[in-house]
Design a protein around this ligand. Structure first.
Ligand SMILES: Cc1ncc(COP(=O)(O)O)c(C=O)c1O
Length: 374
């Protein structure tokens, strides 16, 4: 028996008829450009997040890039974020022409260590991008206080955190703008590429709409230099079908996470849900010092695992090549060597989680037998 890290085929079978019908209608209409599916999805998504506006874009990377530029960030500016993220967070800052300033993370949430923020602020700092890694929000109150004190914008990187909550507020509604990815493995994933920006600021929303469409405010009148960053109608049609299932899919992920928390051995460090946060478990990430050995052990039992992400941004060749400073981020550097993502997706069963937990337990027992200190 094989248990994959993510299984998209089973989910597709459940929604196949509706998806094919929506795709067929979109193709029959041949309205393939910023049409009724994109509009309907934007309205559903804004309602879900609790924002005034949502702007469909072509990816999470473009969401971040466009949101930064819509907030007025560009050359000469600095933006504070983390190194423990998918590289797109940092790429977007560089694409917008600004300089990324990377700080360390909190060892419990794996998100920005807010005690590091003030030290990183200079006269050039214009924004903070807290990343909601794995589906758990960052601690936003200290971020908001510092942003207010220094007049900084907050752009949430909620690319992994559709539906996550901070003190009852949905991701995407806490900062000046929120950015989401519809990469196919995400909790809400397209069958191709897609992304969304959320905001309740009409000026930011208007600039995002223009920037995603070559800076146009009306056909062939380009007020800004933008990009081709539109969400396409077919992906929007698919996402519209998936939207009503999101709450149920998140609930399933949370139940599976609970089963992992109860079934995994004590010596494995499990993800934490802070009292102020709602985790949506895009990824279920544990920490073990012998990560490579456990990964191989599980692979031999037919269980796929992942690493999100094994090399932090500040240790990537691209960081050095783009003129990035040499940095020491001890928490980031330690945890990236220990993290292991176990299978999680709504169609995974509790029985399968139990099997995975049993194999992890056997691994731990074997290590104890041969005397490896934990
Ligand atoms: C934290 C984070 N930010 C940004 C992105 C970029 O999203 P996309 O792949 O849709 O461009 C991702 C996607 O993996 C992500 O996980």
């Amino acid at each position: 028996m094989r248990i994959p890290l993510v299984d998209l085929k089973t989910q597709y079978q459940d929604i196949k008829e509706e998806v094919l019908s929506e795709i067929s209608q979109a193709l029959d209409s041949m309205q393939l450009f910023l049409g009724k599916n994109v509009q309907a999805l934007e309205s559903d998504f804004a309602g879900y997040c609790g924002t005034e506006f949502a702007i469909g874009v072509s990816s999470g990377t473009d969401a971040l890039h466009i949101a930064l530029r819509a907030c007025g960030i560009g050359p000469g500016d600095e933006v504070i974020t983390v190194s423990h993220t998918f590289i797109a967070t940092v790429e977007a800052i560089i694409l917008a022409g600004a300089r990324p300033v990377l700080v360390d993370i909190d060892p419990d949430t794996y998100n920005i260590d807010t005690s590091q923020l003030e030290k990183a602020i200079t006269g050039k700092t214009k924004a903070i991008i807290p990343v909601f890694m794995y589906g758990h929000p960052a601690d936003m109150d200290p971020v908001i206080d510092i942003a207010r004190a220094y007049n900084l914008k907050i752009i949430e990187d909620a690319c992994q955190a559709h539906g996550a909550e901070y003190k009852g507020r949905r991701s995407g509604s806490i900062g000046d703008a929120g950015c989401f990815s519809f990469y196919f493995t995400k909790n809400l994933g397209a069958y191709g590429e897609g992304g969304m920006i959320t905001t309740s600021d009409p000026a930011i929303a208007q600039r995002c709409r223009m920037l995603r469409d070559h800076g146009q405010n009306e056909k062939y009148r380009h007020a800004l230099i933008g990009i081709n960053g539109r969400l396409d109608e077919l992906q929007a049609a698919i996402l519209k079908v998936k939207m009503p299932h999101l709450a149920n899919w998140i609930q399933k992920r949370r139940s599976l996470a609970q089963a992992y928390n109860e079934g995994l051995p004590d010596s494995v460090i499990k993800p934490q849900e802070m009292p102020w946060g709602k985790h949506v478990y895009h990824l279920y990430v544990v920490r073990v010092p012998e990560r490579e050995q456990l990964r191989e052990w599980l692979e031999n039992k037919g269980i796929s695992t992942g690493m999100h992400y094994p090399i932090p941004v500040h240790l990537q060749e691209a960081w050095r090549n783009s003129g990035g400073d040499e940095l020491s981020l001890p928490v980031t550097e330690k945890i990236t060597k220990e993290i292991l993502s176990l299978p999680i997706y709504p169609e995974l069963t509790i029985e399968e989680v139990d099997i995975i937990c049993k194999h992890v337990q056997e691994f731990v027992d074997t290590r104890l037998e041969i005397g490896i200190e934990r």
